[in-house]
Design a protein around this ligand. Structure first.
Ligand code: IVH
Length: 732
């Protein structure tokens, strides 16, 4: 270290004393000196981290340096150095674990709970693929492991990367951690593996390892884990792989992500190949050829459940043929070719002690049952959801009743039955006022929920909005959990979202708060700084507008790209509010058409109707909301969003399908077209690019001919799809 004179000076004790002066109290000379010192130090630690794989300081200490640099620059903007660390991107990730984007999204699974759900799933598949009733369909069946999914990337047979599922798009880098898991080989066995293969599966902890760990934790006064799954997650997501190594984690493969070559053309074949590469695959994996066989295997696995040495919560069925898998494709959430068949929930009896009311972000009052503690499926349960007033009425429960509760997987426990309805007890009544702000509670027509009418005067709603704002799918501010939000709100440190980004001005106050210290405050402020630039979709979602969920927010961002364009559309929408009253529009379709006619862009957003439009108008017409947004925009920068779209020759084309198609269903044809960026219209017009014509076509065909619109047959369409939209059909 001392070979570098700048560095030597940067860490000398004389200059260290400068680092204790808060940024706004530095003189200009001191600030110049400090900025130079920080630039040198940060460069040094970056080098150690990236080039020599030996970080010399913790993430927290590093983040504190980056933050201090930024704060000084904010106070002395003209002193910002050309080589300032704040101008470099790609320096060290400032969250606990580095984030990595998945090359192929890691999705979830659709759930079924009954034999009928499984039958329906098979019927849907047959219909979609247009299979005859006699055509055999094979599916694999295997246990659904209650663990933490992880994607292991092997290049030329060597493990190069391991990433947790995260939000499915971006996960956490746990490469060093999985290297200490015995089930995960550093190099693949044999020599037939593809050049690049991502093997996906579950990291889990055995029941025995879980109870040993909790035993050890309790002896050392450490944190106890609620169940093996949480323990596995906590053990894998460690900065220090030595801790992971002590936690005896296991791995079972159940699929793959990116792959350069397919070693097989069936799911079963693929899993055998993965096994031959040296990764564990469940012994209970079986290929079944009928619904009966599938259900039989489901029951066999269920019977084994108790004596298996790890937790499973159901089985997973997957269509065996890979070509069928790819035809079925994916919905936004899950593959259409797979289904998780969950085991029935575990049940227990206990006493209902009381009914609490929680106030949600939009004022919904949710009753929560307070229960005498009871263990269900290995987890201690003390509360359960009661959903709404109707549910309480249906169950006819009152504090004091004995109740039957159930818990299924991750689902919040529920009350299934009142076991003592005959006992003479006073009825419980839903409160007519909000328990927090005492405003009137109201129930809107057609809704089951009671809502507090206090709006933003209700502290509970404001806290919930803030909580939503910082949540993982919104601003994702690490380290700012509910308890912090509540206490900062109570002390007026954070009252509106913009206050979060002004928190750095209250650094000293924060450090002096109970439970906080320099390092934790620095970490929090660094996490906040990290989110000052936010993508439009996250921003829209974070505002917490009713009916604007993650998917709708993304749809808007995809269409409008930038905040200014979105905001202009809102302006237009507000000025149209009188002609958009839902009472003036007869059907949802007509309503949509009307908006689409007036507003550019709206037509391209799927599923946007009356509810969402009214909600946008209501939100942005409320002056308080508008000022919250304006205030926030002073503090943050909304990054424009350009979702990658596959370039396709069919992008923007309008296709009409007519007649009966033989090799595929209408639904599949429509999705094929949409995947290639085309729109599917119901009727032929001058805007139609071409018509795909099946058997016995009628008036649409004659109309196409009359308008000289190209017509192709089903075979030709399939060729175009195979060619990713290429082949000019227009000239033929
Ligand atoms: S297949 C596209 N097979 O369950 C996702 N998943 O509830 C395909 N899981 O995120 C996943 N056991 O992490 C598959 N045998 C199994 C599984 C399994 C557990 C997890 C997986 C997924 C979650 C969905």
């Amino acid at each position: 270290m001392s070979e570098d004179p700048d560095l030597f000076s940067a860490i000398s004790s004389q200059n260290q004393t400068l680092s204790t002066i808060s940024p706004e109290r530095l003189t200009s000379d001191q600030a110049t000196f400090e900025l130079e010192r920080l630039a040198t130090l940060i460069r040094h630690y970056d080098r150690l981290y990236h080039d020599q794989d030996s970080p010399a300081i913790s993430d927290g200490e590093y983040d504190a340096l980056v933050l201090r640099n930024r704060l000084i620059e904010q106070n002395f903007p003209n002193l910002t150095r050309p080589d300032s660390p704040s101008k470099r991107i790609g320096t060290r990730a400032t969250s606990r674990l580095p984030k990595i984007a998945h090359s192929i999204a890691m999705l979830s699974l659709d759930n079924g709970f009954s034999d009928k759900d499984v039958g329906d799933f098979l019927d849907r598949i047959r219909r979609f693929l247009r299979l005859g009733a006699q055509e055999p369909v094979a599916l694999t069946v295997e246990p659904k492991i209650d663990g933490l999914s992880c994607s292991l990337r092997y290049e030329k047979g060597r493990l190069t990367q391991a990433v947790t599922r995260g939000d499915g798009i971006i996960g956490e880098d746990v490469t060093p951690n999985v290297r200490v898991i015995n089930d995960i080989p550093e190099t693949l066995a044999g020599s037939t593996w593809p050049e690049v293969v991502e093997i996906r599966g579950e990291v889990y902890m055995t029941k025995a390892a879980f109870s040993d760990l909790n035993q050890r934790q309790s002896e050392e006064n450490g944190k106890l884990f609620a169940n093996p799954r949480n323990a596995a997650a906590g053990s894998l997501r460690q900065l220090d792989p030595n801790i992971t190594a002590r936690r005896s984690l296991r791995f079972l493969a159940h699929g793959w992500g990116e792959i350069s070559d397919f070693p097989a053309d069936t799911q079963y074949g693929m899993m055998q190949a993965i096994k031959s590469y040296g990764l564990p695959v469940s012994d209970l994996l079986l290929c079944c050829h009928s619904l009966d066989e599938m259900l039989q295997h489901y029951h066999k696995i269920e019977a084994h459940r108790a004596d298996m040495d790890f937790d499973i919560d159901g089985v997973v069925y997957k269509i065996d043929r890979l070509d069928w898998q790819s035809r079925l494709g994916f919905s936004a959430r899950a593959p259409r070719f797979a289904l998780a068949h969950k085991f029935p929930a575990e049940k227990a009896q206990t006493t209902l002690l009381d009914i609490d009311i929680q106030v949600g972000r939009t004022g919904v009052l949710t009753p929560v049952a307070k229960l005498e503690a009871v263990t269900v499926g290995g987890v201690v349960v003390t509360s359960a959801t009661l959903h709404n007033a109707d549910e309480i009425k249906r169950l006819a429960v009152r504090p004091g009743d004995r109740v039957l509760i159930q818990r299924a997987g991750d689902v919040i426990p529920q009350i299934v039955e009142n076991l003592t309805p005959e006992v003479n007890r006073e009825d419980w009544h839903f409160p007519s006022t909000c328990p927090v702000c005492h405003s009137l509670a109201k129930r809107e027509e057609g809704e089951s929920a009671w809502r507090c009418t206090g709006g933003l005067i209700c502290p509970a709603q404001r806290v919930e909005r803030l909580r939503h704002f910082v949540s993982r799918t919104a601003f994702d501010i690490e380290g700012l959990g509910l308890t912090h939000i509540e206490s900062f709100f109570a002390d007026k440190l954070i009252v509106t979202p913009a206050d979060i980004f002004r928190l750095h001005k209250r650094r000293d106050t924060l450090i002096n708060r109970e439970g906080w210290a320099e390092v934790s405050v620095n970490n929090l402020l660094a996490a906040i700084e990290n989110r000052r630039v936010i993508s439009l979709d996250r921003f829209l979602y974070a505002l917490g507008i009713r009916h604007i969920g993650v998917v709708t927010a993304r749809d808007f961002a995809r269409q409008y790209h930038e905040w200014d364009a979105f905001s202009k559309m809102i302006g237009q929408l507000k000025s149209m509010r009188n002609i958009l009253l839902p009472s003036l529009i007869e059907t949802e379709e007509k309503y949509r058409k009307r908006v689409a006619k007036e507003l550019t862009g709206f037509v391209n957003i799927p599923n946007i109707g009356n509810k969402i439009i009214q909600s946008l108008i209501a939100f942005f017409s409320e002056s308080h909301n508008q000022s919250v947004v304006d205030d926030l925009l002073l503090e943050i920068e909304v990054k424009s969003v350009h979702f990658q779209q596959q370039s396709s020759p069919l992008a923007g084309e309008v296709i009409v399908f007519t007649g009966s198609l033989e090799t595929l269903s209408r639904e599949e044809a429509k999705r094929q077209a949409e995947t290639l960026g085309a729109k599917v219209a119901a009727s032929v017009s001058r805007k139609t690019s071409f018509v795909v014509c099946g058997k016995a076509a009628g008036s649409k065909l004659s109309k196409a001919e009359a308008l000289s619109i190209p017509v192709i047959d089903e075979m030709k369409w399939q060729k175009i799809v195979k060619n990713n939209g290429h082949i000019s059909v227009k000239t033929e």
